[in-house]
Structures are given as C-alpha cells and as structure tokens.
Design a protein around this ligand. Structure first.
Ligand SMILES: CC(C)(COP(=O)(O)OP(=O)(O)OC[C@H]1O[C@@H](n2cnc3c(N)ncnc32)[C@H](O)[C@@H]1OP(=O)(O)O)[C@@H](O)C(=O)NCCC(=O)NCCS
Length: 184
C-alpha cells in the first residue's frame, strides 16, 4: 500500500465545517486557548481571522483525510510586502508522530518563499516544552534565535519559557543552515 501524500489545501468557504471539525477534535494544551468552541470559530471566520488581510489558512490533507490546519499570518498588505510572516499549526492527535507536521511545514516554507518575493525571513514561536514542534522546526530548516524566559502564561497562571525560530530565504534557497553568531 502506498503512503498517503501530505498536501496543503487553501481553505474555501465551503470547507468551514472541516476546519471546525479539526479544531474541535481535541484540546491544544500548548496554546493559550486549549479548548476551541464552534461558535467562537464561526465568529472568528466571519471576522476574517483565518483569511482576512495578511492571513491565509490551509487544511492539511493526508490522502483523502483532513488531518490538520495551518494558519499563516502577518503576511502584510499584498504579495510584495516585506513584513515577516508567522504561522500556527495544529494536527489532530491521532495523526501526530507520522511525519505529517514536518512535511506540512516544509511545504509551507516553499509556499511563502515562492509566492512572496520580498519575504527574507519566516518566523515562528512555540512553548519551550513543546518538544514535537521544536523537532519539526529543526527538521524543516528553522534555527533557534531566541529564548524568552517565563514569557508564555497559561490560564492557571503558570509561566512557561518560549522559543523563537526562523528560517532565512537564503538558507531555504541554498539548502543550508546559517547558525546564529552570538558573539557579533
Ligand atoms: C507539533 C505538531 C504540529 C507536530 O506534528 P507531527 O505530525 O506530530 O510532527 P512530525 O511527526 O513530523 O514530527 C514530530 C517529531 O517530534 C518528535 N517528538 C514528538 N513528541 C516528542 C516528545 N515528547 N519528545 C521527543 N520527541 C518528540 C517525533 O519523534 C518527531 O521527530 P522525528 O521525525 O525526528 O522522529 C503536532 O504534534 C501538533 O499538532 N501538536 C499540537 C498543536 C501544537 O502544539 N502546535 C504547535 C504550536 S506552536
């Protein structure tokens, strides 16, 4: 049997139920809002949170299944904008650890640098104890550039460290990894 292919499919109005189905399928303990509610998601969709100016959302397809969501944001006003984008990724719990997150992020990096000629960096942050996400950054060419101590509060008032990563256009293009020069 062949292994299903991972694809990013830009969210269409007709797919809002697929989006809600993924986002309400489990809790998201590494996010500031771990439980997502249908009504709030519908309201956010209407307000343009997922696909308003500077934002695009993709369903992650694994074969015929919709298994996750990526929200790309801070894209700026148009394709020529040089604002540095960020993203968030969520994969349904039963599909994690199969390489889907890594594949999806690498496809997203290709999309950003191919479609936006003036993006020179692509940034991301995660809670420092989110080992799976940090591994995905590493295997997708991102380099850790920052560590923010106690910068990520949760609802109970616990404060977690946060790690900041980025990939440079030049590294993506040349398939290289440029380490941070901390002595500069
Ligand atoms: C983070 C997330 C997107 C990763 O997606 P995924 O499909 O599981 O990622 P992959 O399978 O491509 O890779 C996960 C890697 O982390 C590793 N990993 C997972 N959990 C781990 C753990 N607890 N300790 C050490 N390594 C771990 C896996 O072994 C794998 O590395 P490998 O390819 O070297 O074996 C997914 O787990 C998820 O949706 N989590 C919940 C939402 C979330 O935290 N999003 C990120 C917000 S910033």
């Amino acid at each position: 049997m062949s292994i299903p292919v991972v694809l990013l499919s830009e969210l269409k109005d007709s797919e809002i139920e697929d989006l809600i189905s993924v986002l309400t399928s489990c809790t998201w303990p590494f996010h500031s809002t771990p439980v997502l509610e249908r009504e709030k998601l519908l309201a956010q969709y209407k307000e343009g949170y997922f696909n308003g100016e500077g934002k695009r959302t993709f369903l992650i397809k694994y074969g015929i299944e919709t298994v996750g969501v990526i929200r790309l944001f801070d894209l700026g006003e148009n394709k020529e904008d040089d604002e540095t984008p960020l993203f968030d990724i969520k994969i349904k719990s039963e599909y994690r650890g199969k390489g889907i997150g890594g594949d999806a992020v690498r496809k997203l990096v290709d999309l950003v640098f191919n479609e936006y000629p003036n993006k020179y960096r692509f940034d991301a942050t995660t809670r420092a104890d989110n080992t799976a996400m940090r591994r995905v950054f590493e295997k997708s060419g991102f380099v850790k550039e920052a560590h923010y101590r106690q910068a990520w509060p949760d609802r109970e008032g616990n404060k977690y460290d946060c790690a900041g990563y980025s990939i440079l256009r030049q590294d993506w293009k040349n398939k290289t990894i440029t380490p941070v020069d901390w002595e500069k």
